[in-house]
Design a protein around this ligand. Structure first.
Ligand code: NAP
Length: 330
């Protein structure tokens, strides 16, 4: 299988996003089910797993630590700091150096490992210059606690400032057919700096699979409830876009999920996609896209059908948007 560069590592072009094994889209699977997904992912060839201190407020890292400690050398382990559950039990964004170092110790303990391969700053904390937060991550590299530094949801400008302090191995940002903001500047900057681009929510949190039709069925805790694109009227309009995309998938002999992932991998050699799933069949289907290539005609059709001008609704609500540093299409 071909691999892609992630700092000093080589990994499968499709990694596994582990978030939904512990939280996000309603009730997470049981620990036994989650364990099966993780082990099956490694057996299929997924060689990068993505977690964060935030996911399940630490439970996701603990899950990976418990299930995979015997297979630590079989994959690139990526986690994130700077956004976590604080002592009051609520989510906090905090990029102060001492907090980054404390979170790293917590992550290492939960993950049952001595070193994290790739450690991202989950959000830039606007109260702290990016140079200071990245300086703390650079110290962690020197101390041997992490191997590579990454950033999540940052602008091209922030990436450049950070890269002067320490080489940024990867930027992780939402990117898919329906979220094109990275095309404004970040993708070009990553290419220029030799930074890998890790596309999160590459299946548009299930929209691009065609299987999610009725958003009124979301559970109370489903985070998509707070996202404007998933509000009933907007979602109904967005579903209309999918019927034409389905025709392209059929012509390419792919499922919608495979088409969406193959589209991402075909955009640039430095892109790695991290779909998330709790389902063994989906796990296999998604990974099979590593070997698929879209025709030039399909790229052209998809760009016309689904882009920032045709999708209805913003991706985040105003409060969440205020925490994001990336350039956004109006
Ligand atoms: N840095 C950040 O700020 C940030 C933010 C969000 C996410 N992330 C990372 O990105 C990863 C992926 O994000 P995501 O979970 O939002 O990704 P996603 O892959 O875009 O969407 C996951 C959703 O799609 C469904 N799905 C996946 N494959 C499917 C298939 N083949 N057919 C039908 N449905 C399918 C899943 O349901 P099933 O479980 O039923 O398959 C789940 O509801 C996360 O795990 C996390 O590591 C990072």
């Amino acid at each position: 299988m071909n691999t892609r560069k992630l700092g000093s590592f080589e990994c499968s072009p499709i990694g596994l996003g582990c978030m939904s094994l512990s939280h996000a889209y309603g009730t997470p699977p049981s620990e036994k089910e989650a364990e099966l997904v993780l082990l099956q992912a490694l057996d299929l060839g997924y060689s990068m797993l993505d977690t964060a201190a935030l996911y399940g407020f630490g439970n996701n890292e603990s899950l990976l630590g418990k299930v995979l400690k015997g297979r630590r050398n079989d994959f690139v382990l990526a986690s994130k700091c700077g956004m976590f559950k604080n002592d009051a039990g609520v989510r906090e964004i905090n990029g102060r150096p001492e907090m980054i170092k404390k979170t790293c110790e917590d992550s290492l303990r939960r993950l049952q490992t001595d070193v994290i391969d790739l450690y991202y700053l989950h959000r830039w904390d606007r109260n702290v210059p990016i140079e200071e937060s990245v300086g703390a991550l650079s110290d962690l590299v020197v101390e041997g606690k992490i191997r590579e530094v990454g950033l999540s949801e940052v602008s091209a400008d922030t990436l450049r400032k950070a890269h002067k302090v320490h080489p940024i191995a990867a930027v992780q940002t939402e990117y898919s057919l329906w979220t094109r903001n990275a095309e404004i500047a970040v993708l070009d900057t990553c290419r220029e700096l030799g930074t890998a681009f890790v596309a999160f929510s590459p299946l548009a949190r299930a929209f691009l699979t065609g299987k999610l039709r009725d958003v009124s069925l979301f559970e109370e805790k489903d985070i998509r409830r707070g996202m404007p694109r998933f509000h009933a009227e907007n979602y109904a309009a967005n579903l209309l876009l999918l019927s034409r995309v389905e025709e392209v998938a059929e012509a390419e002999d792919m499922t919608l999920a495979q088409l969406s992932l193959a589209w991402l991998l075909g955009r640039d050699e430095n892109i790695v996609a991290i779909p998330g799933t709790t389902n063994l069949e989906h796990l296999k289907e998604n990974f099979s896209a590593v070997d698929r290539q879209l025709s030039a005609e399909a790229f052209e059709q998809l760009d016309q059908l689904i882009n920032q001008n045709t999708v209805v609704g913003t991706r985040y609500n105003p409060a969440t948007q205020a925490e994001i540093d990336t350039e956004e299409f109006a």
